[in-house]
Write a protein that binds this ligand. Structure first.
Ligand SMILES: Cc1cc2nc3c(=O)[nH]c(=O)nc-3n(C[C@H](O)[C@H](O)[C@H](O)COP(=O)(O)OP(=O)(O)OC[C@H]3O[C@@H](n4cnc5c(N)ncnc54)[C@H](O)[C@@H]3O)c2cc1C
Length: 522
């Protein structure tokens, strides 16, 4: 009997590959723990799509109508183009990108009841990402588009411990630096734990051997003194004027009771610990829309802008999309439609979707975020703030400092970013002038010299932006809409767990392409 040589992992995967294709290999690698299963389905969809595209390289390909040129529609178009499919890309706005929208000198921001023209000076660094603004290091599908299309990226400072944490109900209403709160939070929690260990309160949890090690870790973690107290540390900052020739003197420590009962303060201090928001975050150099324009350039020939879809119909063999460009009405026919128009808009467009799909679309709820930005001399850099976010009361919540153009004389500061809820609704209901005044009055509490520096406001309330009518879905993704509905295939970030992220938009496009591949190959 011959002794069979054990299969190596490589041989085993090769064998699976010849039986089941690359998707099977990927799945096996995930199962074997060779790949992290994060977004495994998206990678499988990409493999399915690429395998189908190469199998059908010379075959007669169906014609696709892509509705909407946000990141989802643009990415679908880009992949179809590479695979040699005939397609139309139809977009209502005059620009690509949808909720990926960068505002610069002369940009027009239209809402249902107002129109603003951005008055910033014309300069590469003077821009405002009114929608998407940051990219997580984990957003590999979006990042691979940037890599492929050579969109330069730079670090986005999402968390800057040198920026302020302010609350009218904490620290006597005075802004403190984020690092003061972070140091006091760690210090006081470590101190409490060390005292509990020393009082034998955790004997059941920690053995005698572990005890000394844990105490040592806590001392370092919290910058504790020899009596296990947190009494301050230069981690929190130093007294102005100390350091240099004289030596650093630690700033007086914040008192635990001054902030621990104000849940928003610790929340802000911990915000950038979350997986999606943690360093290193990124942004395209010169504005988020660099991604949209890089994709749009690849599919310019097949794209029509300023074309609003007015009805989506089913025909005997495919679809008929009716629309208008200005006053001119028209229609196109195709075999399939990939529909990336957000449900917040789609539910009002007459269509022949199945009843089930119509119900699902109508049920999607949208968050209503708002933002405002100003041009200003970079006074914050004189306060040692280079990029990052200051947090304040929930009426305006956040101030963002630019992550690029350090040392320039002018910059664009985001004077408020609200993710939705009652404060955002109130902000949205104000006129652009009222929003500006409101943001200045509240921002002055963080920076007393705010008003004299900031000018040229421009704001957005996404619930009032035509063709978006909302920021992002706050409903669970619909598994019904993730599947084709006859010749209609849906895409958009609302169909993924990464709602409100462009990565979600790209993942949904891969799902749509895999759906298309199955139908074409059926
Ligand atoms: C305030 C805000 C902050 C955000 N922050 C981030 C962030 O930091 N990072 C991140 O990655 N993502 C962020 N996002 C989310 C990100 O912008 C979206 O996930 C992504 O852009 C969605 O792309 P999409 O193609 O699915 O949808 P959309 O961008 O909405 O594209 C849909 C397209 O359909 C078009 N359309 C609508 N109606 C019609 C019609 N009748 N006819 C023809 N075309 C039509 C629209 O004009 C639009 O271009 C943010 C979004 C907002 C609003």
């Amino acid at each position: 009997m011959s002794q069979e040589k054990p299969q190596s992992r490589r041989e085993f995967l090769h064998a699976i590959g010849s039986l089941g294709g690359s998707a099977a290999v990927y799945q096996a690698m995930v199962t074997m723990g060779l790949l992290v299963p994060k977004d495994a389905q998206a990678a499988i969809n990409k493999q399915r799509w690429q395998a189908s595209a190469s199998q059908n390289a010379s075959a007669n390909k169906p014609t696709i109508a892509i509705l909407g040129a946000g990141i989802s529609g643009l990415y679908v178009a880009y992949e179809l183009k590479k695979a040699g499919y005939p397609f139309y890309l139809i977009e209502a706005r005059a620009r690509p990108g949808g909720r990926n929208h960068t505002v610069r000198a002369g940009s027009v921001l239209t809402e249902t009841d107002s129109q603003q023209v951005c008055q910033f000076d014309s300069h590469d660094e003077l821009y405002f990402n009114a929608g998407a603004a940051r990219i997580s290091q984990h957003h590999q599908h979006l990042l691979s588009i940037c890599r492929e299309l050579k969109v330069p990226l730079q670090a986005l400072v999402n968390d800057n411990p040198g920026a302020y944490l302010h609350s009218t109900s904490a620290f006597a209403g005075q802004p403190v630096r984020g690092r003061e709160v972070q140091a006091a939070l760690r210090g006081n929690i470590a101190s409490l734990l060390a005292k509990a260990i020393n009082a034998n309160a955790l004997n059941g949890e920690i053995s005698n051997v572990e005890r000394a090690y844990v105490l040592e870790v806590l001392k370092d973690f919290g910058a504790l003194d020899n009596s296990w107290q947190y009494s301050g540390s230069t981690r929190a900052g130093v007294v102005p004027g100390s350091g240099g020739l004289t030596g650093e003197v630690a700033k007086q420590a914040l008192k635990f009771e001054d902030f621990i009962f104000h849940p928003r303060v610790p929340f802000a201090a911990n915000f950038a610990q979350t997986y999606e928001q943690a360093a290193t975050m990124m942004q395209p150099v010169g504005g988020m829309d660099k991604i949209a324009y890089a994709l749009a350039e690849q599919v310019a020939e097949e794209s029509t802008y300023g074309a609003e879809v007015t009805a989506i119909r089913r025909t005997t063999n495919g679809v008929r999309v009716e629309g208008k460009v200005g006053k001119q009405v028209g229609a196109i026919e195709a075999d399939y439609a990939i529909v990336t128009i957000p449900p917040s808009v789609l539910f009002k467009i007459p269509n022949d979707f199945s009843t089930q799909a119509k119900i699902q679309i109508a049920q999607v709820q949208y968050a209503a975020p708002t933002k405002i930005a100003f041009q200003s001399p970079r006074f914050w850099e004189l306060e040692d703030i280079y990029g990052g976010i200051s947090w304040t009361d929930p009426e305006i919540l956040q101030l963002w400092y630019p992550s690029g153009g350090f040392g320039m004389s002018q910059g664009v500061i985001v004077g408020s970013y609200l993710f939705g809820g009652e404060h955002a609704a109130r902000f949205a209901n104000m006129s652009p002038q009222q929003r500006s005044e409101f943001a200045l009055a509240k921002g002055e509490r963080v920076h007393p010299n705010y008003r004299q520096n900031l000018s040229r406001p421009v704001s957005v309330a996404w619930s009032k932006v035509p063709y978006s009518m909302g920021g992002w879905s706050s409903s669970a993704p619909s598994s019904i809409l993730q599947k084709p509905d006859g010749p209609f295939i849906f895409a958009g970030d609302h169909l993924t767990h990464l709602q409100g992220w462009q990565e979600g938009a790209v993942i949904s496009s891969l799902n749509a392409l895999a759906n298309l591949a199955s139908m074409v190959n059926a």
